[in-house]
Each structure stands twice: as structure tokens, then as C-alpha cells.
Design a protein. Structure first.
Length: 142
């Protein structure tokens, strides 16, 4: 089994992350942009880069336009880093997985905090009920 696709994917992720954080000065690219994963095609000619943007939906779309515009710069950086006959072509995809997970957790927390004090006291507690081994008329000494 070859680990080459994983190594190339890792290099693509490093180059794109570095480009976003240090090299690209496009104001359309949101500062809270991160690479969630990179998937390589079997022949290593395509690199699908999944990007998460912690911002509004509009900021996500704008960031994707900025990244598409900077694809040539990123391809050049990638070609310098990789020692391959043909540099993979980079395609960007907006990854909403993290935002969906955060929203799900927020909804769960909201429901948990809506629990009323009556909901918490439904179980009257074992302290008011006698234990099964005790005689209720005589208490614990029976």
C-alpha cells in the first residue's frame, strides 16, 4: 500500500494553509478560514481542498471567490513545494460540517437549559422513600 496520496494531501494542506495565513492579502478571504481536509484523486492530478469559514454565509461565499481568484498563486506555491512531474490541480469546496456541528451543539444546550425546576424535581429522590429492605413503620432499626 502506498502512502503517497496521503503525503501529497498533507503537503497541499500545508501549502494552502500557509498561503491563507501568510501569503495572500486578498481582503475577500476571511481571517478565520481553515482547511478541514484535502482529498486527492487516485492519479494525484486533482486535489479537493475543503475550507471552513467561521463567519456568515456571505463571508463564506466571498472567501471562496477570493480563494478561486488566488488559485494560480497557490498552484505556483504548490509546484515549488512538490517534486512531481505534474502538480495537482486545486479545487476549493466550502465545508459546512463544523458550522453544522456547532449549531447542533448550540441547539442541544438550548434545550438542556430550557428544562424547568419542575422537570428536575420529578424524581422525588430516594431520601423521602424508604429503602426496599427497611420496614417503613420501624425505620432503619427493624
Amino acid at each position: 500500500m502506498s502512502y503517497r496520496p496521503e503525503r501529497v494531501a498533507h503537503a497541499v494542506r500545508d501549502v494552502v494553509s500557509e498561503a491563507i495565513s501568510l501569503r495572500l492579502s486578498d481582503p475577500r478571504i476571511h481571517r478565520f478560514t481553515s482547511i478541514t481536509r484535502v482529498e486527492m484523486s487516485g492519479d494525484l492530478r486533482q486535489a479537493d481542498v475543503y475550507v471552513s469559514v467561521m463567519g456568515t454565509e456571505t463571508e463564506g461565499r466571498t472567501t471562496m471567490k477570493g480563494l478561486e481568484s488566488a488559485r494560480g498563486i497557490i498552484q505556483g506555491m504548490l509546484a515549488k513545494r512538490l517534486d512531481m512531474r505534474q502538480c495537482p490541480s486545486v479545487r476549493f469546496h466550502l465545508d459546512l460540517g463544523i458550522k453544522i456541528a456547532i449549531e447542533t451543539i448550540r441547539k442541544i444546550d438550548e434545550v438542556m437549559h430550557q428544562e424547568t425546576p419542575a422537570d428536575r424535581s420529578r424524581d422525588p429522590g430516594a431520601s423521602t422513600q424508604p429503602d426496599a429492605g427497611q420496614d417503613p413503620a420501624h425505620g432503619a432499626d427493624a
